[in-house]
Design a protein around this ligand. Structure first.
Ligand code: UD1
Ligand code: UDP
Length: 358
């Protein structure tokens, strides 16, 4: 990773985890000019959660804070120090991770204008750290870029009306650009499998949840399941000594091209990931979200996605899977040419806003 010498910049874009590196990759490429700095917090640090994505997506952060933690206060202090050194006139954060919240708080600490990309998502489940994070980030933001009109409506109901724009979802361009390359990659898996990803606390953080997961996956033992396993989930499965049933093949997290190839080849996606729900609909794969709620309601409304909470669920899992297998998906709700539109709006905002706020 390049460590650019610290110098003043106009725009500072922040990422800290796998999904941000992926979703921001085309956006930062469009901004690759001297007044832009792309900083990485290091919340995700493992080779297969970080470096592989920068490499495959040919994306480069200008500097890496190497925080190796998701602790908001540690991240916030490091980011605030960085902002004080770079003095950007605007800062960009994406989504709902602790890195993004820390970035938003640091922007407020340093009186830096803030753009939130992926504003207005709501799961209405305040137990989720991501829901609390995204609400707080939206409240701290000066400009809110929504992926859909529904997100703009949620902000409207919360009284956030000013500087709200529907720009679409940056993943559309990334996914389309790399899907074709992914298909050329050799992923040696059988046809006819279901693709599973899981990393939310509610699903993987206690032994009973993991036991239920194992039981549910056994209920669909006639389906082969490929499970690229998030490090959090892997750690918890090992600690609880739980074996998943034989129809499940667990593999380490894969790079983006392999993941898109798996998505393309699978019959159905089972996931609790936000980004994977979006990519499934873009690539026209039916999806079952293994949660009792989602913040990607558009995909549910268009019946490309349905909810199946693994716990307290009386519906047979096999029937839920069958109900989605033959769903045909015609379109996606996330816009087109999103990167170009987003960058152009950002430049307009820069022209209007004061250059430096110190
Ligand atoms: C975080 C985000 C979540 C996002 C997810 C993407 C928050 C609150 N959560 O969750 O919104 O969906 O990233 O994957 O910010 N670990 C490693 N290597 C890594 C990263 C993590 O081994 O590179 C392990 C560590 O044991 C760590 C655990 O995973 O303690 C959890 O990581 P953390 O970043 O806290 O949360 P995620 O579950 O990854
Ligand atoms: N992904 C990947 N390899 C994997 C699992 C996921 O490349 O083994 C990608 C996936 O295509 C999506 C992103 O990681 O773009 C989603 O990340 P994650 O599920 O960790 O986070 P979330 O989207 O839930 O915040």
């Amino acid at each position: 990773m390049v460590q650019k010498s610290l110098k003043k910049c106009e725009i500072l874009t922040l990422a800290g985890t796998r999904p941000e590196v992926i979703k921001l990759s085309e956006f930062v490429r469009h901004l690759d000019y001297e007044n832009h700095i792309y900083a990485y917090t290091g919340q995700h640090y493992s080779e297969n959660m970080k470096d592989i994505f920068f490499n495959e997506l040919d994306s480069k952060a200008d500097l890496d804070l190497r925080c190796n933690t998701s602790d908001v206060e540690i991240l916030r202090q490091k980011i605030a120090d960085l902002i004080s050194a770079l003095r950007p006139s605007i800062m960009v954060v994406y989504g709902d991770t602790n890195s993004s919240l820390a970035g938003a708080l640091a922007a407020r600490d340093t009186k830096t204008r803030l753009i939130h990309i992926e504003a207005g998502l709501r799961s209405f489940d305040m137990r989720m750290p991501e829901e609390r994070n995204r609400i707080e980030i939206d409240q701290l933001s000066d400009y809110l870029f929504c992926p859909s009109t529904l997100s703009r409506e949620y902000l409207h109901f919360e009284g956030i009306e000013n500087n709200v724009f529907v720009t679409g979802n940056l993943i559309v361009d990334v996914c389309k650009k790399f899907a074709e390359m992914g298909l050329k990659e050799k992923v040696d898996f059988p046809d006819d499998f279901l693709l599973l990803t899981l990393h939310r606390a509610e699903n993987v953080d206690d032994i009973n949840s993991l036991k239920t997961l194992s039981t549910k996956l056994k209920e669909i033992s006639h389906h082969k399941i490929i499970f690229p396993i998030h490090p959090r989930t892997k750690k918890n499965l090992i600690q609880s000594n739980i074996q998943l049933p034989e129809n499940v093949t667990t593999i380490d997290p894969v790079g983006y091209l392999d993941f898109l190839s798996l998505l393309h080849k699978c019959k159905l996606v089972l996931t609790d990931s936000g980004g994977v729900q979006e990519e499934a609909v873009i690539l026209k794969k039916p999806c079952i979200t293994l949660r009792h709620t989602t913040e990607r309601w558009e995909t549910v409304l268009m019946r490309a996605n349905r909810l199946y909470p693994l716990f307290q669920n009386n519906e047979d899992f096999g029937s839920a899977v069958e109900s989605m297998l033959n769903i045909k998906i015609q379109s996606h709700p996330y816009g087109e040419d999103v990167t170009a539109k987003t960058v152009s709006l950002l430049k307009e905002i820069l022209l209007q806003s004061p250059k430096v706020r110190y």
